[in-house]
Design a protein around this ligand. Structure first.
Ligand SMILES: *[C@@H]1O[C@H](CO)[C@@H](O)[C@H](O)[C@H]1NC(C)=O
Ligand SMILES: *[C@@H]1O[C@H](CO)[C@@H](O)[C@H](O)[C@H]1NC(C)=O
Ligand SMILES: *[C@@H]1O[C@H](CO)[C@@H](O)[C@H](O)[C@H]1NC(C)=O
Ligand SMILES: *[C@@H]1O[C@H](CO)[C@@H](O)[C@H](O)[C@H]1NC(C)=O
Ligand SMILES: *[C@@H]1O[C@H](CO)[C@@H](O)[C@H](O)[C@H]1NC(C)=O
Ligand SMILES: *[C@@H]1O[C@H](CO)[C@@H](O)[C@H](O)[C@H]1NC(C)=O
Ligand SMILES: *[C@@H]1O[C@H](CO)[C@@H](O)[C@H](O)[C@H]1NC(C)=O
Ligand SMILES: *[C@@H]1O[C@H](CO)[C@@H](O)[C@H](O)[C@H]1NC(C)=O
Ligand SMILES: *[C@@H]1O[C@H](CO)[C@@H](O)[C@H](O)[C@H]1NC(C)=O
Ligand SMILES: *[C@@H]1O[C@H](CO)[C@@H](O)[C@H](O)[C@H]1NC(C)=O
Length: 339
C-alpha cells in the first residue's frame, strides 16, 4: 500500500512539473511600442528541450506559429527572449493592432510536447495627447498657461516611460507637460513617446504682439549726398506683422510717411536732422522701433539717436508720439545744460 501511495505521489509530482506560467494574464502596450510577454516553464528534470514555439489566436498546437525555433520564416518583430531551460518570454517590437489577442507557448522535448494553452492576452492602446489650456479661447498668447497630457490607451502605464519631445528633442520625462507663462520660444511641434511608440504631433503656435522692432539701414547710416537709402522695418511677431508704418521726426514734428515694410528716400543735406522710426502692428498690438538718423559722411549730426524703444501693448500712437516729444525735450534740455 505504501508503494502504491508513493507511486501516486511520484506521478502527481511528475504531472505538475509540466507547466507554463504567465505572470500576467493580460498585458497592454501602445501601438508602435515594444512589449515583453513574461513566461516561464517547467518539465521533467530528465528531459531536454528540443524546440520552443509561440502561437497567436488559437494556432497554439499546430501553428502557424508567430515564433518557432525550428523555422527561420517568422517575423523579426517577434523575438524569443527566453531560453531552452525555464524562461519562455517573448518580445514583440513595434506592436500593431493585429497583434492583439491571446498568445500561448508550446515546447517539445526529447520525450513529450506541452502547450500552455491558458495563454496570455495582449491589448493594444494608442498614444494620445490631450491639450488643456487655462483660458478657453483657442489661440495661445504670451503669458498663457497650458498643459499637455499623454495617455497610452492602456490603464495608466508606467509614468517614467513617457517622454515629451519638442522639435525632435527630449524635453521632459513623465506623462504631463505643463507650460506656464508661455513665450514665443514655446512655439514648436510637440509629441510624446512611450517605449518606442510615438504619438501624433501637436503644433503650438504662441502668438504675441510685435517686439524687438529694429530698423535696418542700407547701404549704411553714413552716406554720400544723393544716395538712395533703404530702411527696412523688422520685428518678431506672431501672427506676422500685417501693418508697418513709417514715421519721420523733425524737431517736434512727426509725420507719417506711409504704410509699407520698406521705405526709400534720397538723402540730401537739408534733411540732416530727420529721424526715422517704424511701427509694426498685428492683431495683438503694436510696437515702435527706436529712431535712426541718416548722416552725411563726415558731418556731425545735431540730434542724438533715440535708443529706447517705446513698446506698450495698449499704447495708441498719440501717447507714443507724446513720449517721444517728452524725451526729446529732455534731450534738448540736457544739451543746453552741457553747453
Ligand atoms: C520543475 O520541475 C522539477 C521536477 O521535474 C521540480 O523539481 C521543480 O521544483 C520544478 N520547478 C518549478 C519552479 O516548478
Ligand atoms: C532558413 O532555413 C533553411 C533550412 O531550414 C536554410 O536553407 C535557409 O538558408 C535559411 N535561411 C536563412 C535566411 O537563414
Ligand atoms: C526571462 O527573460 C526575460 C528577457 O531576458 C527577462 O526580462 C525575465 O526577467 C526573465 N524571466 C525570469 C523568470 O527570469
Ligand atoms: C486617440 O487618437 C486617435 C486618433 O487621433 C483617436 O481615433 C482615438 O479615439 C483617440 N483615443 C482616445 C482614447 O482619445
Ligand atoms: C501641472 O499643473 C497641474 C495644475 O495646473 C498640477 O496639478 C500638476 O502637478 C503639474 N504637473 C507637473 C508635472 O508639474
Ligand atoms: C528680443 O530682445 C530681448 C531683449 O532685448 C532678447 O532677450 C530677445 O532674445 C530678443 N528676441 C529676438 C527674437 O530677437
Ligand atoms: C530706391 O531704390 C529702390 C529699390 O532699390 C527703388 O524701388 C526706388 O524707386 C529707388 N528710389 C529712388 C528715389 O531712386
Ligand atoms: C494698418 O494700421 C492702421 C492703424 O493702425 C489701420 O487703420 C489700418 O486698417 C491697418 N491696415 C491693415 C491692412 O490692416
Ligand atoms: C511739420 O511737417 C509738415 C509736413 O512735412 C509740414 O507741413 C509742417 O510745416 C511741419 N511743421 C513744422 C513746425 O515743422
Ligand atoms: C501701457 O500703457 C498703459 C496706458 O497707456 C499703462 O496703464 C500700462 O501700465 C502700460 N504698460 C506697460 C507695460 O508699460
Amino acid at each position: 500500500a505504501l508503494s502504491i501511495l508513493l507511486f501516486f505521489f511520484n506521478l502527481s509530482a511528475f504531472g505538475s512539473s509540466w507547466v507554463v506560467k504567465y505572470p500576467q494574464k493580460e498585458t497592454c502596450a501602445p501601438r508602435g511600442s515594444s512589449v515583453i510577454l513574461q513566461c516561464s516553464y517547467n518539465y521533467s528534470d530528465s528531459d531536454i528541450v528540443k524546440s520552443v514555439k509561440w502561437g497567436h489566436k488559437d494556432n497554439f498546437f499546430d501553428g502557424p506559429f508567430i515564433y518557432d525555433s525550428e523555422s527561420n520564416k517568422t517575423s523579426s518583430r517577434f523575438t524569443y527572449s527566453g531560453d531552452k531551460k525555464h524562461n519562455c518570454s517573448l518580445t514583440i517590437d513595434k506592436v500593431e493592432l493585429g497583434d492583439a489577442g491571446k498568445y500561448a507557448f508550446r515546447f517539445i522535448t526529447n520525450s513529450d510536447k506541452f502547450t500552455g494553452k491558458d495563454g496570455t492576452m495582449l491589448k493594444i492602446g494608442d498614444l494620445n495627447i490631450t491639450f488643456n489650456k487655462a483660458k478657453e479661447n483657442e489661440v495661445i498668447k504670451e503669458g498663457d498657461s497650458a498643459s499637455l497630457t499623454c495617455t497610452s490607451g492602456c490603464d495608466g502605464g508606467k509614468p517614467s516611460q513617457f517622454m515629451w519631445l519638442k522639435d525632435g528633442e527630449v524635453i521632459k520625462k513623465g506623462p504631463v507637460l505643463n507650460l506656464t507663462d508661455v513665450s514665443f520660444k514655446h512655439s514648436g511641434d510637440y509629441c510624446c513617446t512611450y517605449n518606442g511608440a510615438t504619438s501624433g504631433v501637436i503644433t503650438i503656435n504662441v502668438e504675441c504682439e510685435p517686439k524687438n522692432i529694429t530698423v535696418k539701414v542700407f547701404p549704411s547710416e553714413d552716406v554720400d549726398p544723393g544716395t538712395n537709402v533703404t530702411l527696412i522695418c523688422s520685428s518678431h511677431a506672431n501672427p506676422l506683422v500685417m501693418n508697418y508704418t513709417w514715421f519721420k521726426k523733425h524737431g517736434t514734428n512727426v509725420t507719417v510717411l506711409g504704410e509699407r515694410h520698406r521705405y526709400y528716400f534720397k538723402k540730401s543735406s537739408q534733411m540732416d536732422d530727420d529721424q526715422f522710426f517704424c511701427r509694426a502692428t498685428n492683431k495683438h498690438g503694436s510696437c515702435i522701433s527706436s529712431a535712426v538718423t541718416i548722416k552725411i559722411k563726415g558731418k556731425q549730426s545735431h540730434w542724438f539717436e533715440l535708443k529706447s524703444a517705446v513698446c506698450n501693448y495698449s499704447d495708441t500712437f498719440k501717447t507714443v508720439a507724446l513720449r517721444l516729444i517728452n524725451i526729446f525735450t529732455q534731450f534738448i534740455f540736457d544739451i543746453f545744460i552741457h553747453i
